[in-house]
Design a protein around this ligand. Structure first.
Ligand code: SF4
Length: 211
Protein backbone atom coordinates (compact mmCIF):
# COMPACT_ATOMS: atom_id res chain seq x y z
CA UNK A 1 0.00 0.00 0.00
CA UNK A 2 1.46 3.34 -1.04
CA UNK A 3 0.79 6.84 0.22
CA UNK A 4 1.34 10.09 -1.62
CA UNK A 5 3.82 12.08 0.47
CA UNK A 6 5.03 15.64 -0.09
CA UNK A 7 7.59 15.84 2.73
CA UNK A 8 8.66 14.40 6.08
CA UNK A 9 10.68 16.58 8.43
CA UNK A 10 11.37 17.35 12.07
CA UNK A 11 10.56 20.74 13.59
CA UNK A 12 8.61 22.53 16.31
CA UNK A 13 4.86 22.70 15.90
CA UNK A 14 4.36 26.28 14.75
CA UNK A 15 0.67 26.84 15.47
CA UNK A 16 -2.39 25.66 17.38
CA UNK A 17 -2.81 23.84 20.68
CA UNK A 18 0.56 22.06 20.48
CA UNK A 19 2.48 25.24 19.68
CA UNK A 20 6.18 24.82 20.31
CA UNK A 21 6.11 21.01 20.65
CA UNK A 22 8.99 19.19 18.94
CA UNK A 23 7.28 17.07 16.29
CA UNK A 24 7.86 14.93 13.23
CA UNK A 25 5.74 16.20 10.33
CA UNK A 26 4.34 13.96 7.62
CA UNK A 27 2.81 16.09 4.89
CA UNK A 28 0.51 14.13 2.60
CA UNK A 29 0.14 15.32 -0.97
CA UNK A 30 -3.06 16.35 -2.72
CA UNK A 31 -5.95 18.54 -1.67
CA UNK A 32 -9.60 18.93 -2.61
CA UNK A 33 -11.63 21.68 -4.30
CA UNK A 34 -12.30 24.41 -3.54
CA UNK A 35 -8.65 25.24 -2.95
CA UNK A 36 -7.89 28.08 -0.52
CA UNK A 37 -6.60 31.24 -2.27
CA UNK A 38 -4.33 31.97 0.73
CA UNK A 39 -2.91 28.40 0.92
CA UNK A 40 0.62 28.43 2.37
CA UNK A 41 1.48 24.94 1.11
CA UNK A 42 0.31 24.97 -2.54
CA UNK A 43 3.29 22.77 -3.41
CA UNK A 44 1.44 19.94 -1.62
CA UNK A 45 -1.22 20.01 -4.36
CA UNK A 46 1.12 18.57 -6.99
CA UNK A 47 4.58 17.90 -5.49
CA UNK A 48 4.75 14.43 -4.02
CA UNK A 49 6.11 10.92 -4.33
CA UNK A 50 4.70 7.52 -3.52
CA UNK A 51 6.02 5.87 -0.36
CA UNK A 52 5.16 2.54 1.25
CA UNK A 53 4.32 2.38 4.96
CA UNK A 54 7.65 0.71 5.85
CA UNK A 55 9.55 3.40 3.99
CA UNK A 56 7.65 6.13 5.87
CA UNK A 57 8.25 4.44 9.23
CA UNK A 58 11.96 4.24 8.46
CA UNK A 59 12.08 7.94 7.64
CA UNK A 60 10.05 8.88 10.75
CA UNK A 61 12.37 6.73 12.89
CA UNK A 62 15.36 8.85 11.85
CA UNK A 63 14.05 11.73 13.97
CA UNK A 64 13.89 12.11 17.76
CA UNK A 65 10.64 12.34 19.73
CA UNK A 66 7.27 10.61 19.82
CA UNK A 67 4.96 13.36 18.53
CA UNK A 68 3.89 13.05 14.90
CA UNK A 69 1.80 15.62 13.06
CA UNK A 70 0.01 14.28 9.97
CA UNK A 71 -0.91 17.17 7.75
CA UNK A 72 -1.43 18.14 4.13
CA UNK A 73 -2.70 18.96 1.64
CA UNK A 74 -5.75 17.14 2.91
CA UNK A 75 -4.55 13.99 4.71
CA UNK A 76 -7.93 12.27 5.06
CA UNK A 77 -8.23 11.93 1.27
CA UNK A 78 -5.87 8.96 1.73
CA UNK A 79 -7.46 7.37 4.81
CA UNK A 80 -8.81 4.31 3.01
CA UNK A 81 -5.98 4.02 0.52
CA UNK A 82 -3.16 3.76 3.07
CA UNK A 83 -3.33 6.35 5.85
CA UNK A 84 -5.31 4.07 8.15
CA UNK A 85 -2.55 1.48 7.88
CA UNK A 86 0.13 4.09 8.61
CA UNK A 87 -1.93 5.38 11.56
CA UNK A 88 -2.15 1.89 13.12
CA UNK A 89 1.57 1.26 12.56
CA UNK A 90 2.56 4.56 14.22
CA UNK A 91 0.19 4.08 17.17
CA UNK A 92 1.49 0.53 17.69
CA UNK A 93 5.03 1.92 17.85
CA UNK A 94 4.04 4.35 20.61
CA UNK A 95 3.86 7.59 18.63
CA UNK A 96 1.40 10.31 19.68
CA UNK A 97 -0.49 11.45 16.61
CA UNK A 98 -2.13 14.72 15.73
CA UNK A 99 -4.01 15.25 12.46
CA UNK A 100 -4.38 18.63 10.82
CA UNK A 101 -7.33 18.67 8.44
CA UNK A 102 -9.56 21.10 6.60
CA UNK A 103 -12.51 18.74 7.02
CA UNK A 104 -13.29 19.17 3.31
CA UNK A 105 -13.05 15.40 2.82
CA UNK A 106 -14.86 14.62 6.09
CA UNK A 107 -13.18 13.03 9.11
CA UNK A 108 -13.14 9.25 9.52
CA UNK A 109 -13.50 7.51 12.88
CA UNK A 110 -9.97 7.84 14.21
CA UNK A 111 -8.84 6.19 17.45
CA UNK A 112 -5.78 7.30 19.39
CA UNK A 113 -5.08 10.69 17.83
CA UNK A 114 -5.92 14.34 18.33
CA UNK A 115 -7.71 16.06 15.46
CA UNK A 116 -7.22 19.74 14.77
CA UNK A 117 -9.83 20.91 12.29
CA UNK A 118 -9.28 24.07 10.29
CA UNK A 119 -12.59 24.97 8.61
CA UNK A 120 -12.14 27.05 5.44
CA UNK A 121 -14.24 30.04 4.43
CA UNK A 122 -13.91 30.30 0.65
CA UNK A 123 -15.93 32.46 -1.76
CA UNK A 124 -18.41 33.45 0.92
CA UNK A 125 -19.19 30.05 2.40
CA UNK A 126 -17.77 27.50 4.83
CA UNK A 127 -16.60 24.13 3.52
CA UNK A 128 -16.86 21.85 6.52
CA UNK A 129 -19.44 19.21 7.41
CA UNK A 130 -21.27 18.87 10.73
CA UNK A 131 -19.73 15.40 11.02
CA UNK A 132 -16.21 16.87 10.80
CA UNK A 133 -17.05 19.48 13.45
CA UNK A 134 -18.30 16.77 15.75
CA UNK A 135 -15.24 14.56 15.39
CA UNK A 136 -12.62 17.27 15.88
CA UNK A 137 -10.90 17.90 19.20
CA UNK A 138 -10.24 21.57 18.49
CA UNK A 139 -10.67 24.16 15.79
CA UNK A 140 -8.09 26.37 14.15
CA UNK A 141 -9.10 29.36 12.04
CA UNK A 142 -7.15 31.77 9.87
CA UNK A 143 -8.19 35.44 9.97
CA UNK A 144 -6.99 38.36 7.90
CA UNK A 145 -9.14 41.26 9.14
CA UNK A 146 -12.02 42.21 11.43
CA UNK A 147 -14.79 41.06 9.03
CA UNK A 148 -13.16 37.63 8.78
CA UNK A 149 -12.89 37.45 12.58
CA UNK A 150 -16.60 38.26 12.79
CA UNK A 151 -17.33 35.46 10.25
CA UNK A 152 -15.40 33.04 12.47
CA UNK A 153 -17.21 34.21 15.59
CA UNK A 154 -20.59 33.76 13.87
CA UNK A 155 -19.58 30.26 12.70
CA UNK A 156 -18.51 29.28 16.22
CA UNK A 157 -21.82 30.50 17.65
CA UNK A 158 -24.03 28.87 14.98
CA UNK A 159 -22.34 25.51 15.56
CA UNK A 160 -22.13 25.99 19.34
CA UNK A 161 -18.40 25.22 19.37
CA UNK A 162 -16.62 25.46 22.70
CA UNK A 163 -14.68 28.77 22.62
CA UNK A 164 -11.96 27.20 24.76
CA UNK A 165 -11.19 24.81 21.91
CA UNK A 166 -11.00 27.56 19.28
CA UNK A 167 -7.63 28.85 18.09
CA UNK A 168 -7.33 31.81 15.73
CA UNK A 169 -4.18 32.75 13.88
CA UNK A 170 -3.34 35.68 11.64
CA UNK A 171 -3.27 34.90 7.94
CA UNK A 172 0.09 35.43 6.34
CA UNK A 173 2.79 33.44 4.59
CA UNK A 174 5.41 36.08 5.39
CA UNK A 175 6.66 37.54 8.66
CA UNK A 176 5.44 41.00 7.62
CA UNK A 177 1.90 39.79 6.86
CA UNK A 178 1.79 37.96 10.19
CA UNK A 179 2.95 40.96 12.21
CA UNK A 180 0.60 43.32 10.40
CA UNK A 181 -2.46 41.28 11.48
CA UNK A 182 -1.37 40.30 14.99
CA UNK A 183 -2.82 43.26 16.85
CA UNK A 184 -6.33 42.84 15.40
CA UNK A 185 -6.37 39.09 16.05
CA UNK A 186 -4.92 39.55 19.54
CA UNK A 187 -7.60 42.08 20.55
CA UNK A 188 -10.43 40.00 19.07
CA UNK A 189 -9.32 36.79 20.82
CA UNK A 190 -8.87 38.60 24.12
CA UNK A 191 -12.36 40.14 23.91
CA UNK A 192 -14.16 36.95 22.77
CA UNK A 193 -12.48 34.25 24.88
CA UNK A 194 -10.62 32.52 22.04
CA UNK A 195 -7.03 31.30 22.00
CA UNK A 196 -4.72 33.18 19.71
CA UNK A 197 -1.95 31.30 17.99
CA UNK A 198 0.82 32.83 15.91
CA UNK A 199 2.44 30.94 13.05
CA UNK A 200 5.78 30.51 14.75
CA UNK A 201 7.62 28.95 11.81
CA UNK A 202 6.60 31.89 9.60
CA UNK A 203 7.68 34.44 12.21
CA UNK A 204 11.06 32.76 12.59
CA UNK A 205 11.81 31.54 9.06
CA UNK A 206 9.43 33.40 6.73
CA UNK A 207 8.49 31.24 3.74
CA UNK A 208 11.23 28.63 4.16
CA UNK A 209 9.99 25.04 3.76
CA UNK A 210 10.56 22.03 6.00
CA UNK A 211 11.34 24.01 9.17
S1 SF4 B 1 -7.13 22.89 2.65
FE1 SF4 B 1 -5.04 23.36 3.35
S2 SF4 B 1 -3.67 22.49 1.75
FE2 SF4 B 1 -5.75 22.58 0.88
S3 SF4 B 1 -5.81 24.51 -0.25
FE3 SF4 B 1 -6.63 24.91 1.83
S4 SF4 B 1 -4.87 25.57 3.07
FE4 SF4 B 1 -4.05 24.61 1.19
Amino acid sequence: MKLVITEIFHSLQGEGPMLGTPSIFIRLGGCIEPLCPWCDTPYAWHEFREMGIDEILLEVGRYPGRDVVITGGEPFLQWESGLKGLHDALVNRGYRLCYETSGKAGIPEVQGAAIVLSPKHIDGSWHCSAQALQRADCYKFVADDLPSLREIDAFVRVHALDAERVFIMPMGATREEQLQRMETVFAFCRDHGYHMTPRLHVLVFGQRRGV
